[in-house]
Structures are given as C-alpha cells and as structure tokens.
Write a protein that binds this ligand. Structure first.
Ligand SMILES: Nc1ncnc2c1ncn2[C@@H]1O[C@H](COP(=O)(O)OP(=O)(O)O)[C@@H](O)[C@H]1O
Ligand SMILES: [Mg+2]
Length: 268
C-alpha cells in the first residue's frame, strides 16, 4: 500500500526524512461520537503538491480541518516540522505557517480586494512586513493590484478564488491547505486556478490540495492519495494515480471503454 506508511507509531521521528513537513499518523477524528477519520496516514514533504481525492463524504475536508486546527484529532499524531500540533489552536498553527483556504467563498464581500488580502496578515503587526508581503503577493496575483478597489463581492467566482489564494500568501506559509479550489468555476477560471496552485508551491512551499476535479488535481500534483471512508486507500505519484485504471474508473470520469467497442475499432 502506501509507500510512506507508518504503522508502528514509534517511528514518528521525521529526522529519518528531513524533507517531511507534515506527517499524519493513524489520525482519527469526527464531529460527535462516531469517527469520520479512522486512522489516516499522510505525509507532505517540503515543496510538494499533494492531491487528496476520493468520493463525497470520505472525509477529505475533515483531514484538512484536523491539520489547520478547526478540528482536533481524537487519537493519532499530527506532526509539523517534527512538532506535535494536534492539540494546538488554529491560531497557533497559523503562526507556524499553516493556512487553510476553505471550500466555501470566504472573502468579505463588502470589503475591497485590497482590504481582504490585508486581512490575511491579521496575526502580524509589523507594518513594513505587511507592506512588503502585499507587494510580493500582488506580483504573483496581478488581480490584487489591478482590482484593488473593487468590492470582493462584485468579482466573478474565479476572480474571488484568485484573491483567496493571494490572501493565503500573506503569512508566507509553509503549507497551504486548499479545499476544492476549482469547484463551481468555468473552465477558463479552473485553468487559472491550477496554474496558480503551481505558483503557490514555488519557493519551496507545500500544498495539500483536495480536488473533485481529480484529473487536473492529479496532473498538477507530485504525489496523491485516495481517501475512502476515512482511510487512505492508495498513495502514489500524481502520474501513477492518473494511469491507474481503478482510479480512472472511479474518479476520473473515464467511462471505461467497452472492450467490444475497442475490438470493433481494431478491425475497422
Ligand atoms: N460539521 C459537521 N458536523 C457533523 N458531521 C459533519 C460535519 N462536517 C462533515 N460531517 C460529516 O463528515 C463526513 C465527511 O465529511 P467531509 O470531510 O466534508 O467529506 P468530503 O470532504 O470528503 O466530502 C460526512 O459524512 C459529513 O456529513
Ligand atoms: Mg469536502
């Protein structure tokens, strides 16, 4: 199964692999008495884009919440730069460089693009630092400068997503958690979002991406994992999962070609 499987829990010292940024070991979590995550093992290394796919309700968003601190794991370990963070608040985790871009629109619609992006730095007080970050972010995401005075709520869905991604950079994060960033967008905006995800991962950042649009998600990812019913069922490179017939059948919308049609094509 998983190449990066950690089953014994005793071997959780990431010095064995200095590139490991985030390591989830047998994480369980849920919202009430029952468990949604039933022992998730997942590793994200420095500079890596990891894509998490799986059916609706599998627990993908729940995985992101246990990493950003919206939810605390019931058992298991969430380790970030070799430090256990599973018991920390969201704010403490933000301070360590973990940002979460949720699935739902999260901009303040009645505030300007610029103000929304500045909000991304809300735990910083150094004005000079905020200013220089704004300049960097506007370079990566030109919409921040080009539409700076527009009310965020007046932008299209695709433009709003770009602003959300821009805002996530204000803390110069080491790890960006993206929950279905392309959902509900037109094809052109979707292409722009996937291009931006690669830009986010520049300069050594890591991205953990949850995507329904599995084909595009896997194409942009270095590694990927399939989550099914609260467990990681499969991991591999993005490319190997793209070429896995079972993954294709279940998640890539590739209606498996009926063998009889292929035969007909061969003989035509
Ligand atoms: N806030 C919540 N309270 C109770 N149950 C929830 C909550 N959020 C999600 N769930 C349940 O947890 C399960 C996994 O949800 P989620 O992590 O959102 O799945 P996915 O993102 O893979 O679609 C689902 O059965 C969902 O109904
Ligand atoms: Mg979800």
């Amino acid at each position: 199964m998983a190449a990066n499987e950690r089953t014994d829990g005793s071997n959780a010292n990431p010095t064995t692999d200095s590139d490991e940024l985030l390591v989830l070991s047998t994480v369980t979590a849920g919202y009430g008495a029952g468990l949604i995550l039933k022992g998730v093992d997942l590793t994200v290394r420095k500079g890596e884009i990891v894509c998490l796919i799986g059916p609706n309700g599998a627990g993908k968003s729940t995985v992101l919440k246990t990493i950003s601190g919206l939810l605390r794991p019931k058992s298991g370990s969430v380790s970030f730069r070799s430090e256990e963070i599973g018991g920390m608040s969201s704010r403490q985790r933000l301070g360590r460089g973990i940002v979460h871009v949720p699935q739902d629109r999260s901009l303040f619609p009645g505030m300007s693009v610029w103000e929304n992006v500045v909000m991304g730095a809300f735990i910083l007080s150094d004005q000079a630092l905020i200013k220089s970050r704004l300049e960097q972010v506007a370079e990566t995401f030109p919409i921040v400068a080009n539409r700076r005075a527009a009310m965020a709520g007046s932008l299209s869905g695709g433009e709003q997503k770009q602003v959300e991604l821009a805002r996530s950079l204000m803390l110069d994060p080491a790890l960006i958690l993206l929950d279905e960033p392309s959902i509900g967008l037109d094809p052109k905006s979707r292409t722009a979002v996937f291009a931006s995800i690669s830009a986010l991962a520049d300069s050594g950042r890591s991205v953990l991406l949850v995507e329904q649009n599995a084909r595009s998600g896997l194409a942009v990812a270095h590694r990927a994992a399939v989550l099914e019913a609260g467990l990681v069922a499969l991991t591999g490179s993005g490319e190997s999962l793209l070429n896995d017939p079972e993954v294709a059948r279940l998640y890539l919308g590739a209606s498996a070609k009926a063998p009889v049609l292929e035969k007909l094509a061969d003989t035509a």
